[in-house]
Design a protein around this ligand. Sequence first.
Ligand SMILES: C[S@@+](CC[C@H](N)C(=O)[O-])C[C@H]1O[C@@H](n2cnc3c(N)ncnc32)[C@H](O)[C@@H]1O
Length: 412
Amino acid sequence: MKKYRFEYFASCPVGIEGLLTQELLEIGVKTATATRGGVQFEAFHEIALKVILYSRLASRVFKFLYQFEVVNEKDYYLEATEIKWKSLMDVHHTFRLTTIFGDLPREREEFRNSQFATLKLKDAIVDWFRHYEKERPSVAKDYPDVSFLARIDRGQEKPYLVTLLYDLCGDPLNQRGYRISKTEAPVKENLAAALLKIVGWNPREENLLDGMCGSGTIAIEAALMAGNIPPSFLKVDRYLKNVNFKLWTFQNYPWLTKDEHLQENFTLLLKGVLAETEKGIAELRKRPGQIVANDLSEMCVGAAKDNARKARLDEIIEFTQLDARETYPAGSKALFICNPPYGERLDPGDDERLRNLYKGLGDHWKHNFKGHRAALFTGNLEMLKAVGLKTSKRHILHNGDIECRLAEYKFY
Ligand SMILES: C[S@@+](CC[C@H](N)C(=O)[O-])C[C@H]1O[C@@H](n2cnc3c(N)ncnc32)[C@H](O)[C@@H]1O
């Protein structure tokens, strides 16, 4: 059985793995290798904590624990009882198991389905504790104290290769804690941050206008980036106000609780996040009006304002309620970014209206955005053509299950 020490995996939306690799290296990981939907990295434990607090792009961070090969489900159970589970969790902790299948042998009657594999692992954990501790831990689907991920792939010597990981986060990292008012079809916070990074938005050089802001995610992420405010700032603030309430699952793991040095580092990191947040907000206050969030809907503008207020950015972001085709660039250089309705979840069947909207945006930019830039993120490739302008770049990204395009336009 292989035991890991410093290997981690950060998951992310498909299409931004390269950007996440770059971000992780900037945070300080030693090596980073992109795979579909995430990046495997090697780092000291304190750097892994830093990734959890500072990554704008990762969805979750996992720690590799063990890897072993098995012949079948029965063998999986037996091998799993060889693990000293007490070193990974306390018997009084609730736990959750998730099994995913990767690349498996074609003839895989030995492993029926992921639910059954999960059951085998659960039995191994429970039986181990019963045997050595005379007590058994309980399973919790929601808000478990400990969360494991088992990945089953094709093995080399035996048919199956099992990799066991800790989910260090619990709630996904993209849930920053500011989205208190919801609107239809929002983009995830880490995807919004990725859009800004892909188009290379530089707050020192360009103003930003989100013409169709919905719940305000892109504008809020932009403000956080402009102020160098760590994306975990609200969680950190909440945790420091009530340290008994654990916000990340790793806080229950012997990985942290048995390592005094790591705990000291964690406290220092939390203080750093708070200090950087205060500094960032103070700096952003000196340059208001740089980021504008607009939507046609009064309800959406209201929701975006609520969310910005929760993120302490309501005095920094400017809000307008206009048709996007009546918004104009502020300052000498501006980026108009937008995520218009796709017609998937919004306005189903209303193709004509959508076509007019996309075409109208193209016409509006052509006439009124000379010297500026635009970026449009959509899952509707048909409508993207209706914009009728030549793109300077196009990127393929996934918004959940929907394959999307981020199209960039430059106007000379
Ligand atoms: C897909 S949602 C945007 C979601 C947003 N990115 C978020 O994260 O919450 C599309 C938004 O476009 C707005 N919208 C539709 N037509 C518009 C128009 N002509 N002008 C401005 N906003 C419009 C809708 O009200 C909706 O909020």
